[in-house]
Structure formats: C-alpha cells, structure tokens
Design a protein around this ligand. Structure first.
Ligand SMILES: *Cc1c(COP(=O)(O)O)cnc(C)c1O
Length: 356
C-alpha cells in the first residue's frame, strides 16, 4: 500500500536526537532557539516562538492577542478540529463562513458579511498548503480593526504574492509527524509584534520571566530540545521536500483525468501538504476510497464531517448552513503526494484513479 503520508527520517534526524541526549540538555537548550530562528527566517518575521504543538500555538497566539469571552473569531469549518478548539479554549466563539470550491479556503466577501461589533479576529486556514487570499483578508482586518491569526499548520513554505504564509498576521504552524516539516510533536508561532511574541513566551512557561516568580497564570507548553533537534534537521530540507511535493503534484495534475484535480490561484505558491481531488457529480466518494485501497493506494479524507456539524460544536454555535463546505466534505479525497513517492508509485496512483 502506498501510504498517504510518510515522515522522511534520515541519519541527520537520528544523529540530532542522539546529540541532544549526549548533551544532557533535553529541554530549554540551544536547539529550540535555533529552530525558532529558522522559522522566523522562512516566514520573514522578526520573531518565532516554539510550542508543544500546533494546537497550543493557535491557543497561545489567540490569548496573546487578548481574544477571550465575548469575542467572535471568523474562520472556516472545513479544517482540523484544533482551529476551532483553540478558539473555544479562550472562551471566544467561532463564527463559520463558507469556502471557495477551487481553493477550499475561506471566501473574503463572506468574512466581511460575518463581521459584527463582537468580532475580534479572523483565523484563515491555508488548507492543504494553498494560501488564502491574504490581500483581501488583510484589507478587511485593517478596515474593521481585527486581528489576523493564520492557521498555517499545513502551509510551511507556501507563499502569497511572494510573501510567506504565517508572515501576514500572527502565524501558527504544526510540526506534527505528518506535516511537511515535522518534529514528532511541536508547534511554532511567527510574528512581527514584539509584545505578542513576549506574551507567547511567557504564556508557554508559567507566566514566568524570572525563575520562581510569576507575572500571571501561564501554562507549560514548551517544546523540548529533542523535538527541536528533529525539526532542525527537517527544516534544513524544506526546499527539497517542497520541490518534490510540487513535482509529484504536477505529475498527478497532468495525468489524472477521471476526477476534478486541484488548482493553484495566481500569485500563490502551493506546498501540497495534501493533494486533494474531488469526486463530484453525485459519484460515491466512499466507494472510490475503497477501490483505491484495493488498488494499493492509500488515501485520506480531510475532512469527512465539517466542524459546524460536530455535536459539541453545534451545541455552541447552533444551526449553520455552509453549502459549499458540506458538499466538498462529501467529495474530497487526498492522494499520496509526499516526497518519498517513486515514479512507479505515481504511475500506480494515476492508473488507479483513472480507473474509477
Ligand atoms: C495539524 C493541524 C493543526 C494542529 O496541529 P497539532 O500539532 O496536531 O496540534 C491545526 N490546524 C490544522 C489545519 C492542522 O492541519
């Protein structure tokens, strides 16, 4: 079976972990700082703050912007649950808007319509590694005085009009094992705002500036040096990983004829965290998944149930209709696009998909 994702763990990753073990500095050593510097560079931001996961990066970024009870955060329901749970952790309310069927990302005009006096932030998600329409989103944010917290968990290295995802507002990344750059578990916050960076640093470590003195209630959401060491070995290969994903996606786009293949908007550089096709026109997606599996092609459905339909979230936000989101949740299939695919794998995928 060709897996839908496969972390590329080489000698560099293994040696990096052994070096940390040998150093005896498992936490709060030099590697977390080095990884932060690398991320800031990739995103073109002044600061980066490493955390324990993408989920905690989102949570801390919202807290650092004073998002809390009584506030609304406009986002998408076609995303991983952490986008919304991080909003709920703060006591704020997620407000869902529908998405574009080409990019799977939020539609800026719908964000504008959803703004109320309670709106505090917009949380665009660069889904599958395709950047959102950031000019339009930043324009709304500026006119309505809103914070932008980007969920860039899937989009490390993606660019919009030459500028990196995570560099527009406060960016949040995940280094979870299946992400384009991984550390096993891990997260990163990127920002140009010194006060936000400082608040994230304090929040991730007990609200403490000086050991055993505490300014406010904080958490322990730090990244360990063991994880950072893996992340450093990975991010050194970001360009190579991305180039392979792009080449794989280009091959699939060129040869797949039986389903709707993904597109890239002008001005965007996609990083293909997922390569997602649509089985549309009322065809049976789940049967397609089963027949691909039979042909040895692993797939993923991201995501089968949009978040506004999940029981506990529906209890909070009430009935919401998002027609495009709901339809795409029935149509999407992600195919393997990861850097370890061989030419034979790509041909096997194309043959299986074109036989649907
Ligand atoms: C992976 C992911 C997250 C959460 O990251 P974790 O590191 O798993 O906590 C958040 N949002 C999106 C869109 C993701 O894909």
């Amino acid at each position: 079976m060709i897996p839908i994702s496969k972390p590329l763990i080489g000698e560099a990753e293994k040696q990096a972990v052994l070096d940390v073990l040998d150093s005896g500095m498992l936490v709060q050593g030099p590697r977390v700082k080095a990884l932060e510097e690398r991320f800031a560079k990739v995103c073109g931001t002044e600061y980066a703050v490493a955390t324990s996961s993408g989920t905690t990066a989102l949570h801390l970024a919202l807290l650092a912007h004073d998002v809390g009870p009584g506030d609304e955060v406009i986002t998408t329901a076609f995303t991983f649950v952490a986008t919304v749970s991080s909003i709920l952790f703060t006591g704020a309310r997620p407000v869902f808007v529908d998405i574009d069927e080409q990019t799977f990302n939020v539609v800026p005009e719908l964000i504008e319509q959803a703004v109320t006096p309670r709106t505090k932030a917009i949380m665009p998600v660069h889904l599958y590694g395709h950047p959102c329409d950031m000019d339009a989103i930043l324009d709304i944010a500026q006119r309505r005085n809103l914070v932008v917290v980007e969920d860039a968990a899937q989009a490390v290295g993606a660019t919009y009009r030459g500028k990196a995802a995570g560099g527009f507002g406060t960016g949040c990344f995940s280094l979870y094992a299946t992400k384009n750059v991984m550390s096993g578990e891990g997260g990163m916050i990127t920002t140009d705002d010194e006060a936000v960076a400082e608040r994230c640093r304090l929040l991730r470590s007990h609200g403490s500036r000086q050991r055993y003195y505490y300014d406010f209630l904080g958490y322990n959401l730090r990244m360990s040096d063991l994880h950072a060491a893996i992340g450093l070995a990975q991010i050194a290969r970001l360009d190579e990983f991305t180039a392979r994903r792009r080449a794989n996606a280009a091959y699939l786009n060129q040869h797949i004829t039986s389903v709707v293949t993904p597109t890239v908007q002008d001005g965007c550089e996609h990083v293909w965290h997922q390569y997602t096709v649509r089985v549309n026109g009322g065809r049976d997606r789940d049967a397609a998944v089963a027949s691909l599996s039979e042909a040895g092609v692993g797939t993923g459905v991201f995501y089968p149930m949009p978040l506004h339909q999940q029981g506990y979230i529906r209890e909070i936000v009430g009935e919401v209709r998002l027609p495009v989101t709901e339809r795409l949740a029935q149509e999407v299939i992600s195919l393997p696009v990861h850097p370890q695919l061989s030419q034979a794998d790509l041909e096997q995928i194309v043959t299986a998909v074109n036989a649907l």
